[in-house]
Design a protein around this ligand. Sequence first.
Ligand code: LLP
Length: 400
Amino acid sequence: MTSIAALAAVAGELEAAFPDPWLRAFSVKANDVPAIVARLGRLGLAANVVSRGEWAAARAAGIPNAGVTLEGIGKSDGELRAAVRAAAAGDPLRWVAVESPEELDALAALAARAGLGAGGRPPLEVLVRLNPDVQPETHRGLAVGRGTAKFGMTETELTAAVAALPADGPIRARGIHLHVGSQLGAVDAWRDAVRRGLAVLSLVRAGRPAFDTLDVGGGFPVGDAGTVPRPARFAEEAAALIGALPEDRRPARLAVEPGRFLVAAAGTIVASVLHVRERGDGERVVVIDAGMTELIRPALYGATHPMRALTSLGAPVHPGAAPSSAARVDGPICESTDTFGSAELPPLHRGDLVAIAETGAYAASMASTYNGRPAAPQVLLEPNGTLTAARSRGRVRFAG
Ligand code: LLP
């Protein structure tokens, strides 16, 4: 279930920190339910996608190609061709962020074959992804801005790849894309990365005036007030770095592409209890009907999400209503890593409801059908308290 009021609150906070002309693009990988992308679109968000599937989700959400940026660590010929085809049809994506010199060559060849940049057809607009080579303050599995990570180009690779592009060819290099990591616990690595991005941008721009765009990626964290930096803190750092540059060296276009910050807190998984048992060591084990197929983050990153019991009407069980004690909450999947960890919960029986909070990001979009499970239904909680169906329960896939 996703709260629309919560989405609106964080979209407003993001806009206050990064107002126009910053482009604010929602990173669809965090939540690819079209109804949710559509609500964010109405709140002024563009869409950042990594595949034709996510691009289709953005289109289904009513976001035009001009509001879609395509990136991704490994794009297939089919994906590159689709971006070229849209440009050739006069309906280009806002830009394509390219990961490597080899990918740039492949894209340039496809764009040349489609006649882009010739005969009155505009060239394809491209950003090149810089590996910022910083030490992100986050879980190792989320620290994509490290120098050893597979993401982006070194400064040397990037400048050589752009220098090799003819100034009036099928591809127009418009600037730099970077991403430091997700759930950043501090602003320092991000500031280092933005500083590096600005330096490389102005170096290349000296010989190529159209190279004027900096997309600083996502990574804004979620957490209790005071425990993590808010977007305004990141914006302050960016403003200081940009403000210190001479006016003619400041990027003409700027973008952020957060995922988690926009959707995490708005989402709740509502599960029901299947059975409860005591283990030999006295531990109470509650098995619920949601598992790693709906929320893989605990198994993958050791992530914890707040859990509480709900009444049959969906209201939180009042803490004084029943004595709570520790319980381990596990999913129904045949894997011992299918556990959500420990929570203080009242006595529970089959059919009782348990809510797992802050599950709007990287839950539904990372869901699987393992163990033959259909995708969970998606419900929107409207600001006036009504519920709207956003996606019905998926179907079980059978082989053959
Ligand atoms: N831009 C790029 C290039 C990215 O790779 C990502 C996330 C984002 C933006 C959005 O980052 P965010 O604002 O959501 O931190 N599955 C992991 C998170 C993986 C993030 C991958 N890239 C999790 O559940 O924590």
